[in-house]
Every structure is written in structure tokens, then in C-alpha cells.
Ligand binder design. Structure first.
Ligand code: ZN
Length: 405
């Protein structure tokens, strides 16, 4: 790394004079771990321009998460060598204070996980005991299940609660919690699955001068901190190059290897292996059974112990006319189970007079679909479907009422 002779330059010049330094500055690559490209930014700045700004900044990696997700997908498609997509649990602006109690936001996250590939869930806003609410707990489960890093805009308390929920999950602490080095250091010391980004921390290296407390933190924890611009408003997309330039300026007072780790290696070493592993996983959309299970509407299914069943007649139900039914069974234990459908009239204590025929029509890790032919409902009145799912070790029965005239 070539050192900037910035002690001879007025500090103010460092913030605004990228062209002046273009030939002097080491073009130290930067990993920007905190980029958003939300719906209003997409309207204001085309994705091609955003990528140009990132190339101009010599970014090696950008972790992007957006409200809604479209901006992230646009950038990922344009520059797959540069962009790593994160899943922000917000479908639009203004959900930072409500997402953690919103079933709608959880459904949004689950749908996107089934549709796209990501390296992280976040950045999300979460404080204190809210981290232990059911939806954040589910988010931690999803992160564990899908090998995703959590990117948490949180206080130290919420970060600790998130880490305590899983023995595996890794957390990037957004903005390093807006805490001081004296508060960040013990957190990093205590939690080896915790990293922190320095997004929107203008107090780090103001005017190109790095304070002793920050310098010591970077030296003491050389592999745990990373940079970020935080483009949370549309105009901040244009700050990406100047942010990188400012960081290069204050990093000149760090030992060369520490500067390099902070500039890009820490983020790269944490995020790239996760992304490399996830980008090659089979998506639900490429797995018909998973797609089918994801598409099942909760209002038309019956659920028990994580197993979901949907029963769809293929022709109109009429008395004493043979009918076929599609049974879709989803859940961890559903794929290899024997699935049978029966119909009975509970009030009469009897079932059908003929045994139907079962044919498995689709299977996958997510479950299976069975076509049932030759069902004959010989009386009008109230009937009940019963689906038995027997996987050899456990048997579940799910019931659904219906009536025929
Ligand atoms: Zn942010």
C-alpha cells in the first residue's frame, strides 16, 4: 500500500478532492458492507449508474439490502462479481419500527428466501427485548436454516439476545451500534460470531484524522470491523466514492495489514464464503415440489406439527359419482411418508364403500403430491376428509370438513 502524504494537506481537502489524490492514493479496494438501494433510489438513479459509482469507488464487494428487494435484485443481475444481496425484511420504507411484530413482514421474508438467493438477512432495526419476540426468533431460525448472516441495526442488548438464540448464527452489528470503541471492544471480545460495520460513523476519522481510541480498536480487533456507506436516502448513492476516499484517507494512519483488513478483507472473508455457498443452492423456484409448497395458500390448508395439507377436488363433488382429489402434503416429515386419503361421515359413523386408489405424482424434499382416484361419496350430508401421513416412526392425521348436497 502506498501511503498518502496527507499530513501536508489541509484535512478539509481530503473530503472533497478525490481527483487531486487520484494518482497518489493507493487504490485500496473497499468492501462496502452497508448499501441500500430502495424503491425511491431506484427511481432516482438507474442501476447502471449505481454500479458505475461502485466501480469508481473501487469496491470489491457491496452487501446490498433494499426496501423493497427489487433494487438489490437489479444490482445483483448487473454486477454479480461485485454485489452480494442481503434480504431486508421491509417491503417499503417506514417499517423499521413495526416489522418485528408483523406477520406480513415475516411472510415477505419467507417468500423471498424461497425465490432468491442471499447472504444475509438485514439490515433490520431491533432493540433490547424485542429481539426475543416470536418474529425475530423466527428470523434467527431462518438465518440458521438458510446459512444467512444477520445484519442488525441494534443496541448491544438486542445483539446479545440474537446471538444467544443460536449457537451458529453470525451477526454484523450495523453502525457498531453507534457505540464508542470502549463499548464495542468488550462486545467483540465476548462474541466471536460478531462483526461490526462502521457505516454512518462520521466520528471515525473526521477530516482524515483517526482518533487514538478507534485506532486501538482496529489494531486490537483487526479481523472484526468493516466499512459501510449506508445509502439510506437516494442522494447517498452518490456518496459511495467519496466515502471510500475518506476512509482511505484515515486508514493511512493504520498499519498496512490492519488497513487492508478493515478496507475489504474482513467483509470479504466473512461474506464471500457464505454467498458462494448460497448462490449455488437449489431455489424453491427450481424445485417444483418446494415451489408448490411455498405457493400453498394458508387459508386452504390444514396444519399440524409443521406438516401442512391441502386437499383439492379435481372435479365437482356429487353424490355417488366417482371423484378424484389432489392431496399436497408439505413439511419435514412429508417427503418419504405414506400418504392416504379417506372420507367418512362422522355423524353416521361410516366411511365410503370403496377403497380409493393413491398415486404419488410429485415428490421433493419439501413434501409430496398424491392423486387419489375412485372416491365415491354415496350419501348427501356432512363429510370429513382424513389424510394420514405415516413416515414409519410417526403418524399424523389431519381432518377437513366438507358437505355435499
Ligand atoms: Zn442502513
Amino acid at each position: 500500500m502506498t501511503r498518502l502524504p496527507f499530513c501536508t494537506i489541509p484535512p478539509a481537502a481530503l473530503l472533497v478532492s478525490a481527483p487531486l489524490f487520484a494518482q497518489d492514493t493507493s487504490r485500496l479496494p473497499i468492501a462496502d458492507a452497508h448499501v441500500h438501494y430502495s424503491h425511491d433510489s431506484v427511481e432516482m438513479t438507474p442501476p447502471e449508474r449505481v454500479i458505475e459509482l461502485m466501480r469508481e469507488a473501487n469496491l470489491k464487494l457491496a452487501l446490498v439490502s433494499s426496501s423493497d428487494d427489487q433494487g438489490t435484485q437489479l444490482l445483483t443481475a448487473l454486477a454479480p462479481d461485485l454485489i452480494v444481496p442481503g434480504l431486508r425484511p421491509y417491503s417499503r420504507r417506514g417499517q423499521t419500527g413495526s416489522w418485528f411484530t408483523s406477520d406480513e413482514n415475516l411472510a415477505y421474508v419467507e417468500r423471498l428466501i424461497a425465490t432468491n438467493r442471499y447472504a444475509s438477512i438485514g439490515e433490520f432495526h431491533l432493540y433490547g427485548a424485542d429481539a426475543d419476540l416470536p418474529i425475530p426468533r423466527r428470523i434467527v431460525e431462518l438465518a440458521e436454516e438458510h446459512n444467512l448472516i444477520l445484519h442488525a441495526h441494534s443496541d448491544a442488548d438486542a445483539v446479545e439476545r440474537l446471538l444467544a438464540q443460536s449457537p451458529e448464527v453470525k451477526v454484523i452489528w450495523a453502525h457498531a451500534g453507534f457505540d464508542n470503541p470502549a463499548e464495542i471492544a468488550p462486545m467483540l471480545e465476548k462474541h466471536d460470531r460478531l462483526w461490526a460495520d462502521l457505516a454512518f460513523r462520521s466520528g471515525v476519522g473526521p477530516g482524515g484524522e483517526l482518533g487514538d481510541d478507534w485506532k486501538q480498536l482496529f489494531i486490537d480487533y483487526p479481523d472484526r470491523l468493516m466499512l459501510g456507506t449506508d445509502t439510506y436516502t437516494p442522494e447517498r448513492m452518490y456518496f459511495i466514492p467519496s466515502h471510500a476516499e475518506t476512509a482511505r484517507a484515515w486508514m493511512t494512519s493504520l498499519p498496512e495489514d490492519v488497513a487492508e483488513q478493515l478496507a475489504w478483507k474482513n467483509a470479504y472473508d466473512l461474506i464471500t464464503p457464505v454467498w458462494e455457498a448460497n448462490r449455488d443452492t437449489t431455489l424453491a423456484s427450481e424445485d417444483p415440489m418446494a415451489a408448490l409448497c411455498n405457493a400453498l395458500d394458508a387459508s386452504t390448508t390444514t396444519e399440524e406439527d409443521g406438516t401442512t395439507v391441502s386437499i383439492t377436488p379435481m372435479n365437482e363433488l356429487k353424490v355417488s359419482e366417482p371423484v378424484s382429489v389432489t392431496v399436497t402434503v408439505c413439511g419435514d416429515n412429508a417427503a418419504d411418508a405414506v400418504v392416504t386419503l379417506d372420507a367418512s361421515m362422522p355423524a353416521h359413523g361410516h366411511g365410503m364403500n370403496y377403497a380409493p386408489e393413491h398415486t404419488v405424482t410429485l415428490t421433493g424434499d419439501a413434501g409430496q403430491q398424491v392423486q387419489v382416484d375412485g372416491l365415491l361419496l354415496h350419501m348427501p350430508g356432512n363429510w370429513e376428509w382424513r389424510v394420514d401421513i405415516d413416515n414409519g416412526t410417526a403418524k399424523i392425521s389431519l381432518r377437513e370438513d366438507f358437505a355435499i348436497q
